[in-house]
Design a protein around this ligand. Structure first.
Ligand code: GTP
Ligand code: MG
Length: 206
């Protein structure tokens, strides 16, 4: 898929104030600093569409971006932000939970995982919570430029092994680097294939 148009729509803290729309929506979630905003900029090929920072905690709101005027990408604040209060570190912020439980337009979440690190309980807990709440998701490994090429497969397999303990079926997954542009095509094609499936199923209803 080509991204021919990308625009910021609105930021807010309440799912009730998210755009009234029936467009399919995809949300990026993960620990602070994992690269959510950078990945949105990579997909849209715009350096500063979503605000990024080397310091964790940059994104603090639910940010909607309209892509090609027919679907939404959502940039969310990170969870597990080290300097956040204890309650925030242990639980997921209420508006994140609200967003995922109430946003009907959400088609799939993308859980971003820094490929360099061992599996973190907070990510596994969030993945489990999504599963329990029947929210579809895919995994996106980020910052793959930061490890040696030969390490990538090893790291991915290690993570998948851990997921296999919880899940009968593994979720779709992608390996990306916003720095190098890796994984852009596969992610966009994945989203496009879901969007196409949705429009066909809608047209067969009528
Ligand atoms: P919060 O909004 O704070 O939750 O962070 P975020 O997940 O949106 O991360 P963000 O995109 O702001 O990136 C955090 C830092 O990691 C920035 O300094 C980015 O330049 C860097 N970064 C993001 N993706 C990559 C990547 O693929 N490779 C490398 N080398 N650096 C990256
Ligand atoms: Mg961010």
């Amino acid at each position: 898929m080509n991204v021919t148009h990308a625009e910021f729509v609105v930021s807010n803290t309440r799912v009730e104030n998210c755009p009234k729309s029936s467009l399919p929506e995809y949300a990026f979630i993960g620990r602070s600093n994992v690269g959510k905003s950078s990945l949105i900029n990579l997909l849209c090929q715009r350096k500063r569409l979503a605000k990024t920072s080397s310091r964790p905690g940059k994104t603090q709101l639910i940010n909607h971006f309209l892509i090609n005027k027919n679907w939404h990408l959502v940039d969310l604040p990170g969870y597990g932000y080290a300097r956040a209060s204890k309650t925030h570190k242990k639980t997921f912020q209420k508006y994140i939970v609200d967003y995922f439980s109430k946003r009907k337009e959400l088609v799939s979440a993308f859980i971003l995982i820094d490929i360099r690190h061992e599996a973190q309980p907070i990510d596994l807990d969030f993945i489990k919570w999504l599963g329990e709440n029947l929210i579809p998701f895919a995994i996106v490994f980020t910052k793959s430029d930061k490890i040696k090429e030969g390490e990538v497969e090893k790291k991915v397999n290690l993570y998948l092994e851990i997921l296999k303990k919880q899940w009968e079926e593994l979720p779709p997954y992608f390996v990306t680097s916003s720095e190098k542009g890796w994984g852009r095509e596969s992610l966009l094609n994945y989203i496009e294939s879901i969007n196409q499936g949705l429009s066909t199923s809608q047209s067969t209803l009528f």
